[in-house]
Design a protein around this ligand. Structure first.
Ligand SMILES: [Zn+2]
Length: 230
């Protein structure tokens, strides 16, 4: 039994494209066993190799039908859509509401190198897509539009005091947000001054809207911190 540490948050290992498995050997068997043990210990329903620091195209899943191992998986079909809350062992306190295909077809090899095809639906389809993203160096919020990301990652802290992290942690985030706001505003000024002809271009408008959004967030946060301390 070897339970490995799950790589967390913004580690580089979670943002690398994994390489295909070419040898179906003892080393692969060891990776699969480590992945499976770590998934069960989590507990989680699926886990990808990069999450335990192995940059290879392997993931495991167990949705109540026993352990399924996917080596060099390829998505060959995706149909319809579903929206549900998703969890990631690498971001343990951050559930995220997101869309995924409802039905997927995946081609993969087993640990002996035999190819198989599997059709997955609902939760299994969601997990397959989540883990396939990991193999491409993407995490579950990477495809979210900025606004949706801000709302889901930061606003719940404002709405639900019971689940709020410690005040110091909030203060740290507020400082970061203030710092980002200051830099963005400065950057925007420089761009406006130096290249006024660009002022109507989409990139500038996008930065402007990010600044406004961040400003709202900081304002809301400051009001909230005041309410808590008062
Ligand atoms: Zn994940």
């Amino acid at each position: 039994m070897s339970v490995c540490a799950v790589i967390r948050d913004e580690s580089d290992a979670l943002h690398q494209i994994c390489t295909p498995v070419v040898e179906f050997d003892v080393q692969l068997a060891q990776w699969v066993s480590d992945l499976s043990d770590t998934m069960v210990a989590g507990p989680s329903l699926s886990l990808s190799a990069p999450q335990i620091g192995i940059l290879r195209r392997v993931f495991v899943m167990d949705v109540g039908q026993g352990l399924q191992v996917f080596v060099n998986p390829v998505l060959t079909d995706a149909k319809e859509e579903q929206e549900a809350t998703e969890w990631c062992a690498s971001f343990p306190n951050q559930p995220l509401l997101r869309r995924r295909p409802l039905h997927v077809t995946v081609q993969a090899q087993d640990p002996q190198g035999q190819w198989f095809v599997i059709c997955a639906t609902g939760l299994a389809a969601r997990l397959v897509c989540h883990e396939l993203d990991h193999l491409e160096g993407k995490v579950f919020y990477d495809d979210l539009p900025d606004e949706n990301f801000f709302q889901q990652f930061t606003l719940p802290w404002l709405d639900d005091e019971e689940d709020s992290p410690a005040m110091e942690e909030q203060q740290e985030f507020l400082d970061l947000a203030r710092d980002a706001l200051w830099k963005l505003t400065l950057w925007l000024d420089v761009l406006h001054e130096e290249v006024s002809m660009l002022a109507t271009k989409p990139a500038i408008i996008e930065i402007q809207s990010m600044v406004e959004h961040l400003q709202e967030l900081v304002d809301e946060w400051e009001t909230h911190s005041r309410e808590i301390t008062e």
